[in-house]
Write a protein that binds this ligand. Structure first.
Ligand code: PEP
Ligand code: MG
Length: 316
C-alpha cells in the first residue's frame, strides 16, 4: 500500500473534485432521483427496472393481465422519465429486468412463477427476458418511447449475458422494436466469468459500453452465494480472480474504444477504485451516499497516477 500523504491536503469543507473518470450514481426508485441528481454525479450508471416493476407489487404478467400492456409500458415510461428529467442532459442508464424468481414469487401473481433450487443460476436476467420475450419487448418499447420524444440521455443495458450469441439475439429484438442501435447508447453487463472471457467477441458487436456487475461477477467467479451469510466471509470483490477478469476486460475494451464501467457495490471500495483507475476504467457508479467519498478517492488515485508518471519521466 502506498502512503496516503495526499490525505493531509483534503479540505475540511468538502468540495466536489473534477475527475477525469466519470462518477455516476445508482438510482433504485424515481423517488430517489432528486437526491441522486443533487450529489453532482455525472449521471445514473444503473437504474434497475425491477425496482419499478417490483414496486407495482404484482408480477409483470399478472399486472399486464389486469391492466393491459399500455398501462405497464406507461408505468415504466413515467418512472424512467422522472429520473431522466432530474438528470437531463446527464446520461441515465436503465437496465432491463433482472430479479430472480424468488423475488417475483413474493408478489401478487407470484404463485405462477417457477420454484427453483438455485434462483441465482436460474430464470433471471437476460435469460428470463429472452425466454419470456413479451415483457422484455415492453421494456424496450418504454425505452424507445422516451427516446422518440427527445430523451437522448437515456441509455440501455442488459444483465447477465454470457456471450456474443446473447448480444446478437438482443440486437435482433431491439431492431424489431424499432431501436436504432447505431444511434442509441447501449451495452451489456459483465457479470459472469463467461462474459468476461468472451469479451473479445462480445465487443465485436457494436456495443458502446460494458458494465461490471461485481456483485454477481464475484458470486459466480468464486462460487459464493451473495446472499448466504454462511459464506459471506468468502465473498470478496477484490479477490485476485475477480480483479484479473476485470482488468483483462478493460484492456480489451480500451483497445476497441468501448467504454467500461462498474456498478456493483464494490465500485466505492478503495482497493477496487485503485485497480480500476490504474486500469483506465471510463466510469464508476455508486450508491447515493458514496458519491462524495468516491469522487475524492478517484481524484486522489488520478493525481497519484499523474505524479507517478511525471516522476518516472524525470528519472528516465
Ligand atoms: C451486480 O451484480 O453487481 C449488479 C450491479 O447487479 P445486481 O446487484 O442488481 O444483480
Ligand atoms: Mg447483477
Amino acid at each position: 500500500e502506498q502512503t496516503d500523504d495526499l490525505d493531509e491536503l483534503r479540505p475540511e469543507t468538502p468540495v466536489t473534485p473534477m475527475t477525469a473518470t466519470d462518477i455516476k450514481v445508482n438510482v433504485s426508485l424515481p423517488q430517489a432521483a432528486e437526491r441522486g441528481a443533487a450529489t453532482g454525479a455525472d449521471g445514473v450508471g444503473l437504474l434497475r427496472l425491477e425496482h419499478l416493476i417490483l414496486g407495482l407489487e404484482q408480477t409483470p404478467t399478472s399486472y399486464i393481465e389486469e391492466h393491459g400492456e399500455n398501462a405497464f409500458v406507461n408505468e415504466l415510461v413515467e418512472g424512467i422519465q422522472t429520473v431522466a428529467d432530474e438528470f437531463y442532459a446527464r446520461p441515465v442508464r436503465i437496465r432491463t429486468l433482472d430479479a430472480p424468481t424468488d423475488e417475483f414469487r413474493k408478489l401478487e401473481g407470484g404463485e405462477s412463477e417457477p420454484v427453483e433450487d438455485n434462483p441465482m443460476l436460474g430464470h433471471r436476467g437476460i435469460r428470463r427476458s429472452l425466454a419470456t420475450e413479451t415483457v422484455f419487448r415492453y421494456q424496450l418499447k418504454a425505452f424507445q418511447r422516451l427516446r422518440s420524444v427527445g430523451y437522448d440521455n437515456v441509455e440501455i443495458m442488459f444483465p447477465l449475458v454470457n456471450d456474443a450469441d446473447d448480444v446478437d439475439t438482443i440486437m435482433e429484438i431491439m431492431a424489431d422494436v424499432g431501436i436504432d442501435t447505431a444511434k442509441t447508447r447501449w451495452g451489456v453487463m459483465i457479470e459472469t466469468p463467461a462474459a468476461a472471457l468472451q469479451v473479445e467477441s462480445i465487443t465485436d458487436r457494436p456495443v458502446d459500453f460494458v458494465s461490471f456487475g461485481t456483485n454477481d461477477l464475484t458470486q459466480y467467479t468464486l462460487a459464493v452465494d451473495r446472499n448466504n451469510e454462511r459464506v459471506s466471509d468468502r465473498f470478496d470483490e477484490t479477490h485476485d480472480a475477480v480483479l484479473t477478469l476485470i482488468t483483462d476486460v478493460i484492456e480489451v475494451c480500451r483497445a476497441k474504444d468501448v467504454d467500461t464501467s462498474i456498478c456493483g457495490e464494490a465500485a466505492s471500495k478503495p482497493t477496487m477504485i485503485r485497480q480500476l483507475i490504474e486500469s483506465g476504467v471510463t466510469s464508476l457508479s455508486v450508491n447515493i451516499d458514496a458519491v462524495r467519498d468516491t469522487q475524492h478517492e478517484v481524484k486522489r488515485r488520478e493525481q497519484r497516477l499523474l505524479l507517478d508518471s511525471a516522476l518516472a519521466e524525470r528519472s528516465e
